[in-house]
Design a protein around this ligand. Structure first.
Ligand code: PTJ
Length: 254
């Protein structure tokens, strides 16, 4: 089955599309087999959140866009799941925010690094960082610590979708502003983030791009006030409430 063969009227269209893309990612050597497990975990949380963008997640997506527009050296980190699910959307986000794209893998192999970089180029990316790997994130074991010195190594703002908890904490410890996209509000990555976006990457990446386009002409003061008004603890609490109390809880409060 290809993307186009899943009928859009199917009640679980987005979920089927997501599964299909991840499967295809594994077949192409882009996504790791662990990526299938990660996808299953994500799906469970998405189901509990009502498979929609909470108002609190939309606020986080707007704050993320403001951070990226204010940044001097923004970078979007891409792993095997992100490359399979939102390759073209990631390229568009990079264009809308002048952010670099860097491949950064948990299960790093040269073959997967190259396959992902090629896949992103097929979806319109000009330059893809991550292959030079001449920088290190302090405090992590060798393979997971590898970054480009002039990419994530030197970035002031990093978007890390579906990040592993240790690395999210280590990037935070380097003083970088971290924007994490993770459907689990209890994950260490989400908890470590300056901007935790509790939403499916398939909805979150295009939403940040849309906010960035909307804010393209905003002045610094406006962007800074959006950043200052965002409260990460409140965003996580709103997502937890939505999970515990059902899909109306968040909507009722925002
Ligand atoms: O490609 P690699 O080698 O870098 O490996 C990437 C994975 C994702 C396999 C690796 O980082 C990993 O094992 O991640 P975890 O520890 O399973 O964490 C993944 C997190 O992402 C979990 O908290 C999931 O709930 C969440 N998640 C999964 N799918 C989505 C998601 N969040 C947003 N959107 C999704 N589609």
């Amino acid at each position: 089955m290809t993307d186009g063969e899943i009928p859009e009227s199917h009640p679980r269209y987005e979920s089927l599309l997501t599964r299909h893309r991840i499967e295809e990612g594994v077949d192409k050597g882009i996504t790791s087999r662990q990526g299938l497990i990660a996808q299953g975990r994500g799906e469970a949380f998405d189901y509990l959140l009502g498979e929609r963008t909470l108002p609190s997640a939309d606020d986080a997506e707007r704050a993320a866009a403001a951070h990226l527009l204010l940044a001097e050296r923004p970078v979007i980190s891409v792993n095997g799941n992100v490359a399979a699910l939102v390759p073209g959307e990631t390229v568009e986000l990079g264009e809308a925010t002048s952010a670099d794209i860097e491949v950064n893998l948990f299960n790093r192999t040269d073959e997967r690094m190259t396959a992902i970089a090629d896949h992103l180029c097929e979806h319109g990316a000009g330059e893809v960082k991550g292959l030079t790997a001449d920088g290190r994130i302090p405090g992590l074991d060798h393979e997971r610590a590898k970054v480009d010195a002039d990419g994530i190594g030197d970035a002031d703002v990093v978007v890390v979708p579906l990040e592993d908890g240790d690395r999210a904490e280590a990037l935070g410890a380097m003083g970088k502003t971290e924007i994490v996209i993770d459907l689990n509000p209890l994950s260490r990555s989400a908890q470590a983030a300056d901007v935790p976006i509790v939403d499916n990457v398939i909805r979150a990446v295009p939403a940040i791009t849309e906010h960035a386009r909307d804010l393209a002409d905003a002045d610094r003061e406006t962007l800074e006030s959006i950043v200052a008004a965002f409260d990460p603890d409140e965003a996580l609490a709103a997502a937890e409430r939505a999970i515990r109390e059902g899909s109306d809880a968040d909507a009722a409060e925002d």
